[in-house]
Design a binder for this molecule. Structure first.
Ligand code: ATP
Ligand code: MG
Length: 425
């Protein structure tokens, strides 16, 4: 036997036993996005590499070392598998003229790719639900997107397991002044900085605040705070968000160290964090990025958005699981003999017409009663429908409960749909 081919490192198969959680998450997300009037946009998975360099930032982890980049073989242009959705979404909106004096409330869902070290909650292909709103300066809409995520946690039963952390990065000007102060402070402590931080001190000093190294915790905690450098307008924007969250009873923690890993954020940034997934605790992250549309060649447009990591949310949903998954099948159609298997196809199709919500598995491949009932049991179906010579001679179907000791019933085809609807609710 030749060696079998394995999946690529950091890429996952999502098997049927897990897809239940994925569908629960996807359906709940879609329902809530619809409640807020958001519309779906779908972008390609591959974009010009320059799009990500220009938006995410040349000296971010993503662009420096995590992108899957290759020549497209045509004009020698470099392209990349998208590491996130915001840049693509802005590109699509600019290119298709969706932003001219218009408000857009958009969402997308799909795979993203980053060549990171794989570990629990961190993969090389992962999935995000992203939301981007264009044309509204906030802070009301900043509150709206946060409330939308809050509603989602409640709907998924995760509200008690996540904490909202929020901060403001101010405007580019405010950040510039702060940056100089921060660099001066960090230089005083240069001997205690780790290698990553020393590098970031030169390239992207705010990201030093984002360190996960416990040895740096004190230095970071005592660093000057960006919030203290905000001018009146930015301050008012931030205060208004906090007030509205208070008004709606949403708890939050103001975290002055929250800077986010991407370059394009301004003012509001937030993360929903859990302590139940080890180091990979952020399940949703976002903020305002008023400069990005113009930076990518569009007419300036304020924007706010977030992205959620679906694998991490599925891990949380799985941890909560009590009992077994809901069965994917309601009834299993058993057919014994040639006459019966011909009729089974007809009955199955008729039932799918008359009871569209019915999930019916038809026995295929023949087999004895015993083996068919074994399969029926394994399918998780609540009822077996039985067709054999005896039933066919009377133009009837036998309905047998598989999980309870309900009496079996012999009914005509005409009665069957109504009966199943009553039994299955
Ligand atoms: P982290 O700090 O965990 O590396 P990030 O700041 O790189 O996250 P974002 O770019 O903000 O992440 O992406 C938004 C969300 O997507 C994250 O909060 C996380 O839930 C999820 N995510 C990001 N990278 C991965 C990955 N490699 N595998 C699985 N989920 C991921
Ligand atoms: Mg990351």
């Amino acid at each position: 036997m030749s060696a079998s081919i394995q999946r690529v490192r950091g890429m996952n198969d999502i098997l049927p036993e897990k897809s239940y959680f994925w569908q629960k998450l996807e359906n709940t997300v879609k329902t809530i996005l619809a409640q807020y009037g958001y519309e779906e946009i779908r972008m390609p998975i591959i974009e010009s590499t320059s799009l990500f360099c220009r938006s995410i930032g040349e000296v971010t982890d993503i662009v420096e070392k995590e992108m899957y980049t290759f020549g497209d073989g045509v004009k020698g242009e470099m392209v990349s598998l998208r590491p996130e959705g915001t840049a693509s979404c802005v590109r699509a909106c600019v290119q298709n003229g969706l932003l001219h004096n218009q408000v857009q409330r958009l969402w997308y869902m799909g795979p993203m790719f980053r060549r990171e070290r794989p570990q629990k909650g961190r993969y090389r292909q992962f999935h995000q639900v992203g939301v981007e709103v264009f044309g509204l300066p906030g802070p009301d809409v900043d509150v709206e997107v946060i409330l939308m995520t809050w509603r989602l946690w409640q709907a998924l039963g995760l509200a008690k397991r996540v904490e909202l952390q929020i901060n403001s990065l101010g405007t580019a000007e405010e950040r510039q002044i702060y940056r100089a102060e921060l660099v001066a402070y960090l230089k005083l402590h240069e001997s205690s900085l780790d290698e990553d931080s020393l590098r970031r001190l030169e390239t992207n000093p705010l990201r030093v605040l984002d360190t996960k190294n416990p040895a740096m915790a004190d230095i970071v905690a005592n660093a000057p705070k960006l919030l203290d450098f905000l001018e009146a307008e930015s301050k008012a924007h931030f205060e208004m968000i906090l007030q509205r969250l208070d008004q709606q009873g949403v708890q939050y923690v103001v975290n002055p160290q929250l800077v986010r890993g991407l370059d394009y954020y301004t003012n509001t940034v937030f993360e929903w964090v859990t302590t139940d997934l080890g180091a990979q605790g952020t399940v949703c992250a976002g903020g305002r990025y008023d400069g990005l549309v113009q930076q990518l060649g569009g007419k300036a447009s304020p924007a706010v958005g977030f992205a959620m990591g679906m694998e991490r949310l599925v891990l949380l949903l799985e941890q909560d699981q009590t009992g077994e998954n809901e069965s994917p099948v309601d009834v299993y159609l058993v057919a014994l003999g040639d006459r019966a298997s011909a009729q089974a196809i007809e009955l199955a199709e008729q039932l799918r017409d008359s009871v569209p919500s019915l999930r019916l598995l038809m026995n295929c491949g023949g087999g004895s009663f015993k083996s068919q009932f074994k399969k029926a049991d394994k399918s998780g179906a609540k009822y077996a429908l039985v067709l054999a010579d005896e039933e066919i001679d009377q133009s009837k179907v036998r309905v047998k409960a598989l999980r309870t000791d309900e009496e079996q019933q012999l009914v005509s085809w005409a009665e069957l749909s109504a009966l199943l609807q009553t039994k299955l609710g």
